[in-house]
Design a protein around this ligand. Sequence first.
Ligand SMILES: [Fe+2]
Length: 435
Amino acid sequence: MARWSSAHTMLATICFVCVWVHSSGSEYVRPPPRRIVCTSHNGSEAHPQQVHISVVGKDQMRISWITDDKSVPSLVEYGTSPGNYEASSTGEHTSYHFFFYTSGKVHHVKIGPLTPNTVYYYRCGGTGEEFSFRTPPATFPIEFVIVEWTASTLTHIKKWDYDLLLLPGDLSYADNQQPLWDSFGRLVSPLARSRPWMVTEGNHEIEKVPIIGPPAFRSYNARWLMPFEESGSTSNLYYSFEVAGAHIVMLGSYADFDAKSAQYKWLKDDLAAVNRLRTPWLIVLIHVPWYNTNLAHQGEGEDTRKAMEELLYKVGVDIVFAGHVHAYERFTKVYDNEANPRAPIHITVGDGGNREGLAMLFKTPASPLSLIREASFGHGRLKLVNQTHAHWSWHRNDDDNSVVSDEVWLESLGERRASKGVDGEESSAQARDEL
Ligand SMILES: [Fe+2]
C-alpha cells in the first residue's frame, strides 16, 4: 500500500486541521479529537482486504474489495456451501491518486441472481480466504441497523443478527489522509462483508482541496460504489433500492438539491414510481438532519429541507434518518416545522462520530416536536414486522452493554394511503394517538 511521505503528512495534517476548524460552529465547541483508530493489513499483496457488500437490484449483490497487487483479477466465485463455488462473476476495477497517495486496486463485482435469505460463501480474486454473507429476506420481517459508527458501537452490532446496515455518513473520517480510508475499510470489513452496507455520504467524505486538489468525493466514489445507476441516478451521491417491502432513498446532502438540480429531478421521478402495495414502507436517509435541536450543526439542513421536504411529504415517506450530529434525537411526525400525522418522523442517529466525540449541548427549552434527545453513543434498529407495523429501538452504549433507551412502534403511512388515499380523512383522536 502507498506510503506516506513527510510532505504528504504535512499537507494532510494542514487539510485535516482546516476541516476540523471549519466544522466547529461559533456557538458549539466540540470536544477535542480522540485517538484515531488504525487497523493494518498483515496479509499478502494479493489478499483481499476491505471487503464489503451492497445490494444491487432485486437479486444481486455487489462485492467490493481492494488488493495491493494490481494483477489480481476482479473475480468472485460463490456458492451456497463452503468451498463449493457453483458460480462466478467478473466485474470492474478502478484506482485513484490523491496527491502523493495511490490507492490499491479497487474491485467491484456484481454476483447473482441470488436466492433471498440464503447464506452464500465466496472468494475474491480467485484465491485465498473464504467469506460468507446472508442475502436479505424477500418478505417481512426484515431488520435494519442504522448507525454512525464508533469501534465500540461496531462491537455491539456484532452481537445481534440483522439483515442490512444503513449508514447515513460519515464513513472513514479520513479527511484527506487516504491511508485512513484503508484503515476504515479493514475495521468494518468483518461486518460489511457479511451483511449489505448501504451508505450515503457525509461531509467528511467530500475531501475537496480547492484549485490544487482532486475533485470532491474521489475516494468515496471509488471505494463505496452504490447502486445509483441501477436506480436511475446519475451520481453515486444519491440513489435508491428496494428490499423486502421497503423502498429506501439515500439522499445526498452534498449534491445539488434545488428544483432545477439533477438530484431533485431524480428524487421526484423515483418517488413517483414507488408502488406502496409492493413497498408499503418508504424510508429516506440523508446526512444532515432537517430537524435538529442540538447546538451542533444548527440550521445546516434547512436549505435542503426547504427544497425537498414537500416531495417527501406528498408521497407519504414514513421515516427520515439523518446522521451528522453526534447525538440521538427522535422527533414526532413533522412537516414544515409542525406536527402532522401524515408526515414522516425524523430520527437523528449521528451518535457515532469516530474521534470527534459527542455533541453534548441541546437548545433549551426543548421543542415540543422533539420527543427524545440524548448525547450518547449508540445505534438504531428498525424491524419492519409486516406491511403495517414496524418497531424502532435505539440502543445506547453503556460501557460494555448495549441498552435500549428509546423504542416506539410505527404504523406505515403506505398502508393508510393504500386504504384511504393521499388525503384520506381520519379522526382527530387517531391523529393525536399517532403524535
Ligand atoms: Fe458529518
